[in-house]
Design a protein around this ligand. Structure first.
Ligand code: SGN
Ligand code: CA
Length: 515
């Protein structure tokens, strides 16, 4: 086997060398990397073994991290689905790309995106799976998307010709099948950029049948702030996203009153007879067992938490298997060495921290997103990045890798120098702005995070400030704002916040600070 060793080293060297050339926009070698971006939905970093979860079985996400980089400080600019995808596409904050929330926004697809830039420079481009931007994708050679949130079983797809196509099976498998089919049939003379958009692990966390029950022998430890009293945190007090009160027994946990109740649920009513039988075989005994126990109060809440974790992590197994299929496809087709693979979620998620599920808040669990990236020859396998990076950076990073100049109005920064340039410093602070003021009752807010502190301004639903020392209080339980001794850091953080508001030209935030 020795004979292969030298070419492999040379190959790695030439990849690294060509990446340097591309970083300088010298593309004359002609071999630009393919790009595969896998975006899941609501997948918490706490639910991934590479990030330290002892129970999770995410071997394929872990594999990307092992063969590339694990970002420990990957964040989103606005922790909710549509807005996050719009940021990824445009490399611009929500107030610039226009998609501020899921409730009132429609993505203006006529604006520039990194996909359009790549296509213009000779890439073949596709987006397959969850999209959730209301308008049809633009700038892609091919797209096939789930309408809205999509369904876990036998999903419909919205096709380029305007038709709807229903496909039998489990959504993560189908999205992967379509993606592989597209890669098989692409123009092999061109580099490609494929975005695979997964529905998993979005509510209501329904795993593939073969993964149901995968975690039934695990009793998950409660996060230590599961019974948070939200002292000194007004917005946390008024939210409606708790496991105790908001999580629905039927809809979320598949414990229905009776068959008519079950049949009302979108995904379940779409199941064919065989799928439905397996679903019932798994969930009906759970419902019967719960009934026999007659739980209430904390016991019931903790029972809900266990069921939530089991469904959620099982759904992640179904997702992870398909991420593994993408990696295997690249291996089998000799694409691995010249393909960037990046996996991230559209945002983070609560797995019982503060007693919650869902996302939206600037607190770490939802602000942070899991992100791993493999780029052979450029990112050293096993790299762990502690730089502050954002979903905002995906667009400029991909353009940088492809040797395409980043348009001046993009607000993100290429992450490649963090790997290729020892002197690269990265950011010292990141800015966040969440706008929606509806479902789950999370107050709009904006704020800033530095490596150590976080300052937040809530408005509209509640009007308040919060300040955290993340070193002393990583779980953000002790709001220091207004407390004696915090004056100096508060003033410093306000200066930094104003600076980023100006840098990103967020006029709404600016007006709110003045008002
Ligand atoms: C749905 C969910 C919410 C979730 C939003 C946004 N409710 O409205 O729980 O926060 O999506 O999710 S559901 O009853 O329809 O499941 S996002 O992933 O699109 O941001
Ligand atoms: Ca989401």
């Amino acid at each position: 086997m020795k004979i292969f060793k030298i070419p492999a080293i040379l190959f790695a060297f030439s990849c690294s060398f060509s990446a340097q050339l591309f970083a300088q926009n010298k593309t004359e070698t002609g071999k630009r990397p393919n790009i595969v971006i896998i975006i899941s939905d609501d997948h918490a970093f706490q639910a991934i073994s590479a990030y330290g979860n002892k129970y999770a079985k995410t071997t394929n996400i872990d594999r990307i991290a092992k063969e590339g980089a694990l970002f420990n400080k990957g964040y989103v600019t606005n922790s909710i689905c549509g807005p996050s995808r719009a940021v990824i596409l445009t490399g611009k904050y929500s107030h610039k790309n226009g998609f501020k929330d899921n409730e009132n926004s429609r993505f203006d697809g006529s604006q520039d995106s990194f996909i359009k830039q790549l296509k213009g420079s000779g890439y073949e481009t596709a987006w397959i799976g969850k999209w959730h931007l209301e308008t049809d994708p633009q700038g892609f050679d091919y797209w096939q998307i789930l309408p809205g949130q999509g369904h876990y079983y036998n999903p419909d797809f919205h096709m380029m010709d305007g038709s709807r196509k229903r496909t039998e099976g489990y959504v993560s498998d189908i999205v992967e099948d379509v993606s592989e089919n597209w890669m098989d049939n692409r123009d092999k003379d061109k580099p490609f950029c494929l975005v695979i958009g997964h529905k998993a692990t979005h509510r209501t966390w329904i795993p593939d049948i073969k993964d149901m029950g995968k975690f039934d022998d695990v009793t998950f430890p409660l996060p230590h702030n599961f019974y948070d009293d939200y002292k000194n945190r007004e917005a946390a007090k008024v939210q409606d996203m708790s496991i105790a009160k908001t999580m629905v027994m039927g809809y979320d946990l598949k414990v229905f009153k009776d068959e008519t109740d079950t049949n009302k649920e979108g995904t379940i009513s779409r199941m064919n007879a065989e799928q439905r039988k397996k679903f019932d075989d798994y969930y009906l005994p759970i419902a019967a067992d719960l009934k026999s126990r007659n739980l209430s109060g904390k016991e019931l809440t903790e029972w809900k938490y266990q069921r939530y974790m089991r469904d959620y992590l099982s759904t992640a197994v179904s997702l992870d298997r398909n991420i593994g299929r993408t990696l295997d496809y690249l291996d089998k087709n000799n694409l691995t060495e010249n393909t960037i693979v990046i996996y991230l979620s559209d945002q983070g998620f609560y797995l019982g921290e503060h007693g919650w599920f869902d996302k939206r808040f600037i607190y770490e669990e939802s602000f942070r997103t899991p992100m791993v990236m493999r780029y052979p020859g450029v990112i050293k396998p096993g790299t762990v990045s502690n730089d502050l990076v954002m979903n905002l950076d995906i667009a400029p990073t991909m353009l940088d890798a492809a040797g395409v100049a980043t348009p001046k109005d993009e607000q993100g920064e290429s992450m490649l120098p963090l790997f290729t340039d020892k002197k690269a410093k990265g950011r010292d602070a990141i800015f966040y702005h969440y706008y929606e003021n509806g479902e789950h009752s999370v107050s709009p807010h904006f704020g800033i995070r530095t490596k150590r502190y976080k300052l937040v301004r809530f408005y509209k639903r509640v009007s308040s400030w919060e300040l955290y020392d993340l070193k002393k209080d990583p779980n953000e339980m002790n709001n220091l704002y207004g407390q004696k001794g915090s004056e100096k850091i508060t003033a410093e953080m306000k200066v930094k916040l104003n600076k980023l508001i100006d840098q990103y030209d967020d006029q709404d935030a600016k007006a709110l600070l003045k008002g």
